[in-house]
Write a protein that binds this ligand. Structure first.
Ligand SMILES: Cc1cc2nc3c(=O)[nH]c(=O)nc-3n(C[C@H](O)[C@H](O)[C@H](O)COP(=O)(O)OP(=O)(O)OC[C@H]3O[C@@H](n4cnc5c(N)ncnc54)[C@H](O)[C@@H]3O)c2cc1C
Length: 372
């Protein structure tokens, strides 16, 4: 049977768009299928918008490798495509003596990951940069920055369309069948109508929907172990007043989250988050309780004692597409190709949580190499 399209990318988040643009520029005939009416309405627009340097991830992991490479590519891409970024730098703060050892461990990891610009600061040096900060020591990461994630995705879309790729919105992938070697039939539901397209490659970049898509393939490949989804919500509060900080400020991370940090947007406004709340479903509701406000205020005052009373206003939530349950060892990005499931032409991306935005261009290169 003649193929109707060469490559279908499921999902128009930052990662799906970056992959689609990369493939289109390599000569693929690409169609992106997105269930909602616009790109990036899920995780890609509900995050901290930080360009991570690559400090935290285990050496040799995909998260480490693709973050460091992706960060360099992202800064270069932002310049070429006029995406607003600010290489503002970040302070990782030790707020007591015990945390100084953790600083050293993170610095060691960062160096092994190829991050070679960290600077250890005394409390006084940190206060010279940020007069309101409270810490006993800090590590400055000068290559950490912030971005306008919407403009980044718009630039990916432009790059895709310029190379002849296409996107359809309001269209949900509801079935995938590997019909013969090198041929998939993808069912798409749009306005209650189901249509199907045949293609040679499917890239599953469906974020929180990726496990569901993976299970569609697994129907024909029962031995394919599709990673499960364990959604972990994070809340963000905005700071009502002007930010006294010019750098991002991060506390020590826990195994499954980076801690309630201060991040800035491109206008200089500050927000704090995300906390971590494991849940069974995809529920973006902002749960604004006194208990949550107390936890935020306590965590923030560890590094910013002058946080004014009543200065936090509920902003938004985001959901981490985790592929391991609460309490289990954190998982790496899972990017599955033929080696994992035995089906040529199908790439599945699971657990693309932080630093997925930073890594998006490097993930795109990685996926293109797997497919080609
Ligand atoms: C709280 C939080 C903070 C974060 N902070 C940062 C940060 O500061 N820096 C950083 O680098 N990364 C950060 N990340 C990670 C980053 O946001 C994600 O890795 C990235 O946005 C994932 O992009 P994506 O395209 O894979 O997924 P998404 O943006 O979720 O896109 C997936 C798309 O697939 C679509 N879809 C799903 N199912 C179907 C279907 N069946 N048919 C058609 N379409 C479908 C969805 O509608 C969606 O548009 C953070 C994440 C979270 C949750």
């Amino acid at each position: 049977m003649e193929l109707e399209i060469e490559t279908i990318v499921v999902g128009a988040g930052a990662v799906g768009l970056a992959i689609a643009a990369e493939l289109a520029n390599l000569g693929h005939d690409v169609l992106v299928i997105e269930r909602y009416g616009a790109f990036g309405t899920e995780t890609s627009s509900r995050n901290s918008e930080v360009i991570h340097a690559g400090l935290y991830y285990p050496q040799g992991s995909l998260r480490a490798k693709l973050c460091v490479e992706g960060r360099k590519r992202l800064y270069a891409f932002a310049e070429d495509y006029h995406v607003p970024v600010n290489r503002c730098g970040k302070l990782l703060v030790a707020t007591n003596e015990a945390e100084i050892d953790q600083l050293a461990i993170i610095e060691g990891k960062a160096i092994r990951n190829g991050v070679d610009d960290l600077q250890r600061l005394t409390a006084e040096e940190a206060r010279r940069l940020e007069p309101q900060i409270r810490c006993v020591a800090a590590t400055l990461s000068p290559s950490t920055g912030i971005m306008d994630s919407h403009r980044l995705m718009a630039a990916f879309e432009t790059r895709l369309l310029e190379a002849g790729g296409q996107i359809v919105f309001n269209s949900e992938v509801t079935g995938i069948a590997a019909v013969s070697k090198g041929e998939f039939r993808v069912s798409i539901t749009s306005g209650g109508e189901v249509t199907s397209l045949t293609c040679a490659n499917v890239v599953n970049a469906a974020g929180l929907g990726a496990s569901k898509i993976g299970r569609m393939l697994a129907a024909a490949k029962p031995d394919y172990a599709v990673p499960g989804l364990y959604p972990a919500k994070g809340h963000y509060f905005a700071l009502q007043s002007r930010s006294p900080f010019k750098h991002l400020v991060y506390p020590m991370p826990s195994p499954d989250a980076l801690g309630i940090h201060l991040t800035l947007d491109m206008s200089g406004a500050a927000k704090f988050g995300p906390d971590i709340h494991w849940q069974d479903d995809i529920d973006y509701t902002f749960v604004d309780t006194d208990a949550r406000r107390e936890v935020f205020a306590r965590e923030i005052r560890r590094y910013w004692p002058a946080l004014p009373e009543g200065a936090l206003i509920p902003a938004y939530t985001g959901i981490r597409p985790k592929i391991y349950p609460q309490g289990a060892a954190p998982a790496d990005f899972a990017i599955h190709g033929e080696q994992e499931h035995g089906v040529r032409g199908f790439i599945g991306l699971y657990g693309i949580e932080s630093p997925g935005l930073t890594a998006s261009l490097a993930i795109a290169g990685y996926v293109a190499a797997l497919l080609n």
